[in-house]
Design a protein around this ligand. Structure first.
Ligand code: ACO
Length: 311
């Protein structure tokens, strides 16, 4: 019977039908979605930290309001994604536990420090730019709740990308010192942004199966190349230099060739040894522990209300 169900499932995927939470799905399809969607949710939540660091130090009220809105959006994205993931039969507590115990991964990019205001520009421009390229294809992913969440997330990401680029543009039109800050931020965020797309296709454990299931619609290398092709001309407009001496437009392929990514650094960061991994995890665990009384109070209040209704 399972064979029959599996055939029906495969046929639905082939027809580009959405799979919904109550539909039959192979156990591995469910598991790999829990893995990717929960990692994605954790990335949004941990991703609030590098920028949260600058809210109190934004250079103007306008910048502060935009940054605050952006960080709030990220919290919202995390919550949609946790909800989408819960429909697959995992509880939010379990996901939090996986994050807090270090069992779950989240994007490598958020383990780098945000040391100057220009980093707010570079993160919006590059990190959110990379996120959009990675997430637009996911609006078409086969699992319904994930695909629908991505539609709204992508719209908000595009505001984030523009606010970052506008910070860069302002700095690049400013004093020499401001332009240098922008270049320095680009130098530090460029390579880690390329790593966001994950290992090369031949090193990627999940790509082949995820492409078959239409969880992924493009491979890690395809998305990385698309990001580079889109971003290099934007750096030209800013008058900034991409920190890669091998970066060169290839007339034959119509794409930019680029230098070797430091994969040792990538795996070190993924395994927990990046510049800020410990700090990021501590911030999340502390927030969870310090929030315990709020959760307890909310539960006590809900129980009291429920009892009152019965009485
Ligand atoms: N940071 C941390 N871990 C990574 C990264 C990264 N940048 N890229 C890949 N990995 C991990 C994978 O999670 C996988 O580990 P696992 O088996 O323990 O889960 C391993 O490296 C091998 O990689 P792949 O086989 O290529 O994994 P996958 O098919 O899941 O592709 C990708 C990785 C592209 C990140 C995919 O999961 C994805 O598209 N996720 C949704 C988008 C997302 O999470 N974005 C987060 C950053 S954007 C933002 O939050 C603003």
């Amino acid at each position: 019977e399972i064979k029959n169900l599996e055939e029906i499932f495969e046929a639905r995927i082939a027809r580009d039908e959405k799979i919904e939470p109550k539909d039959w799905m192979p156990e591995k399809y469910r598991k790999t979605h829990i893995r990717q969607i929960s990692q994605h949710a954790h990335s949004e939540i941990v991703g609030m930290l590098p920028e949260g660091n600058w809210i109190t130090r934004a250079p103007s009220l306008r910048r502060k309001a935009a940054l605050l809105a952006k960080v709030q959006d990220e919290a919202g994205h995390g919550l949609y994604l946790y909800s989408a993931c819960e429909t697959l039969g995992i509880s939010r507590e379990e996901m939090y536990e996986q994050l807090h115990s270090g069992k779950a991964k989240y994007s490598s990019i958020f383990n780098y420090p945000s040391v100057t205001w220009a980093d707010m520009g570079a993160i919006g421009w590059l990190v959110d730019g990379a996120a959009i390229i990675n997430q637009v294809p996911l609006c078409n992913t086969s699992f319904g709740p994930y695909a629908r969440a991505m539609v709204r997330v992508c719209k908000e990401e595009s505001f984030h990308q523009r606010q970052g680029y506008e910070i860069m543009l302002t700095l690049c039109n400013g004093t020499d010192e401001q332009k240098e800050m922008a270049q320095d931020a680009l130098n530090r965020w460029w390579w880690p942004s390329l790593m966001m797309f994950g290992p090369t296709d031949d090193e990627s454990t999940h790509t082949e199966q995820s492409m078959k299931w239409k969880l992924k619609r493009k491979t890690n290398d395809e998305l990385r190349q698309q990001f580079i092709d889109q971003t290099v001309p934007q750096a030209d407009i800013l008058g900034l230099t991409i920190p890669d001496p091998d970066m060169k437009f290839n007339e034959e392929t119509g794409h930019y060739d680029f230098g070797e990514i430091d994969w040792d650094e990538f795996w070190q960061v993924v395994k927990g040894h990046g510049p800020c991994n410990k700090e990021r995890m501590k911030a999340r665990v502390d927030a969870w522990e310090e929030g315990e009384w709020v959760r307890d109070a909310a539960m006590a209040h809900a129980e009291k209300k429920a009892k009152r209704k019965v009485a």
